[in-house]
Design a protein around this ligand. Structure first.
Ligand SMILES: *[C@@H]1O[C@H](CO)[C@@H](O)[C@H](O)[C@H]1NC(C)=O
Ligand SMILES: *[C@@H]1O[C@H](CO)[C@@H](O)[C@H](O)[C@H]1NC(C)=O
Ligand SMILES: *[C@@H]1O[C@H](CO)[C@@H](O)[C@H](O)[C@H]1NC(C)=O
Ligand SMILES: *[C@@H]1O[C@H](CO)[C@@H](O)[C@H](O)[C@H]1NC(C)=O
Length: 960
């Protein structure tokens, strides 16, 4: 044995010396000219890692670091030489932070022996794909993807017109791999490129042109690229149908056509001919109709991605059950309904199943999923499943991720955890689960993510939870737990990065915690946890903390200790009893603070002058405090500011016109302060252009309404928002919220829907006329000028505000008639002109049939319906069409669990109509919050009192 071994070692020694000899022999010394060309190429560029898309680890040296004059270039990183000729045949500088332009005379083009060239993921600052690339006649592999190239991709024909026929990438006859994807500024015509390819690149096996804008149809000629094995055309702005000739590409193993608007496309059945296909990506292609059964022919398919297609009449395609080699199946948001066929259980090799966001409305959980014994990732959120969490899941012992969130699962969390020793990710949030957290959870040693938020889980926290050493994300928020826990207990979970216990029902006490606790915490959300003291560890060291939410607690200290949290990006201290001055540190925390919410505390004094030096600030809410003095002008430095809420303080200042050119500003609330004086002309031509909501009510503004400002509020003029989906305002750390007063209804928008545009100037001392220019703000939903001293006529132009939902002009001195044009406001739900000097006939028709006497009270000169005073002999054109605010935008279906809106497009008129109407009876609140982000309060003041009372009782119980 010993002999054999040494013999063996000897052989290896000999081999090694042979290789050594060989490689150090002259055969591997690179040619001088090529060495020079490489060095010149390096020198012609600089290194800038922030300018490319790749995330390069800064500690890893560049390949070019060992490119030194006088050394053998064949030994340089990224360079490959031919073993016999020593010519440089390969250059691979993928993701090397190269930055600069490639010029036509670049020494790169002297490396004419190159067979393999990869310069992807650098930044060549809009260089063109030069004809000089045509000099690499032996090139088989060219990868220039994601490198900031621009200009045309020219086929040889096009270059020919430029009298330069031989120089073009389309003349590289040996090319097998051509990757140019992700160079968004490249242009070209896909038919020409395919033509060029067909002429000269007969051997092309892999073509990647994703993320290049070709704007056009996929040409029929594509079917002639018969050697093609891989074709990537993701997000190329293709439209039209997929040509049937695609089915001729018999060698195709990989096809990606996702992200194109192939919307007159039935699902292309020709794809069923591609018998060698292993990966098929057709996500977000706007397909509709049913999935053809021919898909079941693709027996070699391993990956199928159809997510985000509106296969609206789609039963779940049972043909998928024939794809026995399938390992990954992505069918998110495909609008499937009905049951999942049992044939799914045949996919024994399936490792990943994503069905998120399908309306499987009959809600049966498919037991066939329990047969997929190899499943590692199962994502079933938002599928309308109901019942208890099925036991059949117990068979899936290889699961790593299990997501059942946003369904209607009820009953207790099963004790099945011991089977899931591999599990790393659990998301059961947003269901109706009850019962305690099972203690068997300790059987999940690898668990990193545990999301149980928004359920009705009760009981106490099992001590075993604190033994999950690998846990990094823990969310128990919005549950019914009843336990008093020492916050420090959670610190036992050493790697905890994210902890959300908000509204969990837990009461947190805090003793003097050890300084080392929560060393890794980045997000800490402890809203409504009955906390009476700022936890000690926050005062000392938590360097990584980015998100801190201590809202709705009983903290009555000064927040100065928090000044140590240098990494904070989000700080919410709202609804506490913090007192004293606002610490200056909060104003200029560090460069990172993006959200600061101090709403509803007892802060007094002036707002620190440092405010606004933190120019990252996007959200600032200091409303409902006792703040005085003037606004710090430094706020004008907050160029990222989107929402500014100063309401309910004692701020005494003139109108802050100096905020007018903050480009992102969307919401400004000044209500209930002592702002005063006239609003003058805008200083800038473009003032408040992005504003969606401005509430200046209950101040002491005087003078005329600011007609010039109305002329520049572009965002209120255009409903440019995409109405096919609902978007909310917010930043990385959460949604913004705001409370809007609207005719006795105080609406708290826990999320602000972007189509909501509102102006409230009520309860001031404005006088003069209502400017005609108001009629240009066509996207307005809410307009309130009540309780001022406005005079003159109601402008006819108000009839142009066709989205208007609520119009309040009451308590002014307006005169003349109510313009007939207001009947064109078909979404108008609330209309109030009471207490003015209006005269004449109240218009009839449309929404005007729905308003009651109270809308007109206190105008002695008005007559006609609904007032009892009639107008004598005057003939009134009656058009008693009843309002149908919903019909053209919405269609409803009742699915047995709650109302579900099927969107055809939202208008803000629809929005408030829904809120005020009594159409939605079941699960109204929940649904409204989820879809529109709005909570209704019957009367602001009353509900505030109730809230305070609750807070007060709690504080007596816990903080004494
Ligand atoms: C790449 O460089 C161009 C030109 O300097 C620049 O416009 C672009 O933003 C850069 N890309 C990145 C990611 O920085
Ligand atoms: C060159 O030689 C090395 C080992 O000496 C070998 O691994 C490599 O495959 C050879 N390359 C070519 C293109 O012959
Ligand atoms: C291209 O390859 C062929 C065949 O391998 C060879 O004879 C020729 O010299 C190569 N051309 C260049 C420029 O390297
Ligand atoms: C493609 O090439 C053929 C000839 O090879 C020509 O007839 C046809 O017009 C070309 N199509 C386009 C779109 O250039």
């Amino acid at each position: 044995m010993g002999f054999l071994l040494s013999n063996y070692q000897l052989t290896i020694c000999i081999l090694f010396s042979l290789i050594f000899c060989f490689s150090s022999s002259s055969a591997h010394l690179c040619h001088n000219d090529e060495s020079t060309a490489l060095l010149q190429f390096k020198q012609s560029l600089s290194f800038n890692c922030s300018a490319s898309r790749c995330n390069r680890d800064p500690s890893v040296p560049y390949d070019t670091d060992n490119w030194k004059e006088g050394t053998d270039c064949c030994a340089w990183d990224g360079v490959t030489c031919d073993n016999t000729t020593s010519h440089v045949i390969g250059l691979d500088l993928y993701c090397n932070c190269l930055y600069g332009t490639i010029h036509p005379n670049s020494s790169l083009f002297n490396l004419v022996h190159l067979q393999h060239l990869d310069l992807s993921c650098n930044n060549f600052t809009h260089s063109q794909i030069l004809p000089s690339f045509g000099r690499f006649t032996n090139l088989t592999h060219l990868d220039l993807s994601e490198s900031y190239l621009s200009g045309p991709i020219q086929s040889s024909e096009e270059v020919w017109q430029g009298n330069n026929f031989s120089n073009s990438i389309f003349h590289l006859q040996k090319l097998q791999v051509l990757w140019l994807y992700g160079n968004r500024e490249l242009t070209g015509k896909l038919p020409n490129i395919i033509n060029g390819t067909l002429r000269h690149l007969r051997h092309l096996r892999s073509l990647a042109l994703s993320y290049i804008d070709f704007t056009g149809e996929l040409p029929n000629s594509i079917g002639q690229l018969e050697y093609l094995e891989e074709l990537y055309l993701y997000d190329c702005n293709l439209f039209g149908t997929i040509p049937t000739s695609l089915g001729n590409l018999k060698k195709l193993r990989m096809l990606s056509l996702g992200g194109n608007n192939l919307n007159n496309g039935q699902f292309p059945s020709s794809i069923g001919h591609l018998k060698n296909l292993e990966e098929l990506y057709l996500q977000s292609c706007n397909f509709f109709g049913t999935i053809p059964t021919s898909l079941g022919n693709l027996k070699k398919l391993r990956i199928l991605d159809l997510q985000g297609n509106n296969l609206i009449n789609g039963q779940f395609p049972s043909s998928i059950g024939h794809l026995k080699n399938l390992e990954e199946l992505y069918l998110e948001s495909c609008n499937f309904f009905g049951t999942i066929p049992t044939s799914l259980g045949n996919l024994k090799k399936l490792r990943m199943l994503y069905l998120r966001g399908n309306n499987l409305i009959n809600g049966q959980f498919p037991s066939s999923i329990g047969h997929l014994k190899n499943l590692e990732e199962l994502y079933l959120s938002d599928c309308n499943f109901s019942g208890t969490i099925p036991r059949s899941l117990t068979n899936l012992t290889r699961l790593i991720s299990l997501d059942l969130s946003y369904n209607n699962f009820e009953g207790p969390i099963p004790q099945f955890f011991p089977n899931f020793s591999q599990l790393q990710f659990i998301d059961f949030s947003n269901n109706q689960l009850t019962g305690p957290i099972p203690s068997s959870i300790t059987g999940l040693p690898n668990l990193q993510y545990l999301y149980l938020g928004s359920n009705s889980i009760n009981g106490t926290i099992p001590p075993s939870l604190f033994h999950l050493v690998n846990l990094t994300y823990l969310d128990l928020s919005s549950n019914n737990l009843s336990d008093t826990v020492e916050l420090d207990t959670f610190a036992k979970i050493e790697y905890l990065n994210y902890l959300d216990l908000s509204n969990s029902g837990l009461s947190l006490t805090s003793t003097n915690s050890t300084p080392s606790s929560f060393r890794n915490i980045r997000t800490l959300r402890l809203s409504s946890c009955n906390i009476c003291k700022i936890p000690e560890f926050l005062k000392t060291r938590t360097k990584l903390l980015e998100v801190l939410d201590l809202s709705n607690n009983h903290l009555n200290e000064e927040p100065n200790p928090l000044c140590n949290l240098h990494s904070l990006r989000y700080l919410n201290l709202s609804n506490n009893q913090f007192a004293g001055l606002i610490p200056t540190c909060l104003g200029n925390f560090n460069g990172n603070l993006t959200s600061l919410n101090l709403q509803r505390n007892n802060f007094h004094g002036t707002i620190p002058q440092t405010f606004g030096n933190a120019s990252m600030l996007q959200e600032l809410d200091i409303s409902h405090n006792g703040l005085q003095g003037i606004l710090p002008r430094s706020l004008a430095n907050c160029t990222n500011l989107e929402i500014l809420n100063l309401g309910h303080n004692f701020i005494e200042d003139a109108f802050p016109f100096w905020l007018e050119n903050l480009p992102q500003l969307k919401v400004v609330v000044l209500r209930y302060n002592k702002f005063h004086g006239p609003i003058e002309q805008p200083r800038k031509r473009l003032a408040f252009t992005n504003l969606h909501i401005i509430d200046m009510s209950h101040n002491e503004f005087t003078g005329t309404l600011p007609s010039k400002y109305f002329e520049s509020m572009h965002s209120m003029m255009m409903d440019d928002e995409d109405k096919s989906s609902l978007n909310y305002m917010g930043n990385d750390y959460g949604y913004y919220s705001v409370t809007i007063m609207n005719k006795g209804l105080e609406m708290e928008f826990v999320r602000i829907i972007t189509i909501l545009k509102a102006i409230d100037f009520s309860h001031n001392k404005f006088d003069g006329n209502i400017p005609i220019s108001i009629g240009r703000l066509k996207a307005l939903c809410v307009l309130n000028f009540s309780s001022n001293g406005l005079t003159g006529l109601i402008p006819v132009s108000l009839g142009d505000l066709t989205e208007l939902e609520s119009l309040d002009l009451s308590q002014n001195k307006l005169s003349g008639e109510i313009p007939q044009q207001l009947t064109s406001l078909t979404f108008l739900e609330v209309f109030d002109v009471s207490q003015n000097n209006l005269t004449g006939i109240i218009p009839r028709g449309q929404q005007f049939e729905t308003f009651s006497n109270t809308s007109y009270e206190g105008n002695l000169g008005l007559c006609g319906f609904p007032l009892s005073k009639n107008c004598g002999n005057v003939q009134i054109a009656e058009s008693p069409t009843l309002p149908s605010a919903f019909s053209h935008n919405f269609k409803f279906k009742f699915d047995g669990f709650g109302w579900e809106a099927v969107l055809m497009g939202y208008g803000c008129g629809v929005l408030l109509g829904l809120l005020i109407g009594s159409y939605i009876i079941r699960r109204k609140e929940e649904w409204l919050v989820r879809i529109f982000g709005v909570k209704m309060r019957q009367n602001g003041k009353r509900s505030k009192k109730v809230r305070k009372k609750i807070a007060h009782t709690k504080s007596i119980i816990n903080c004494s």
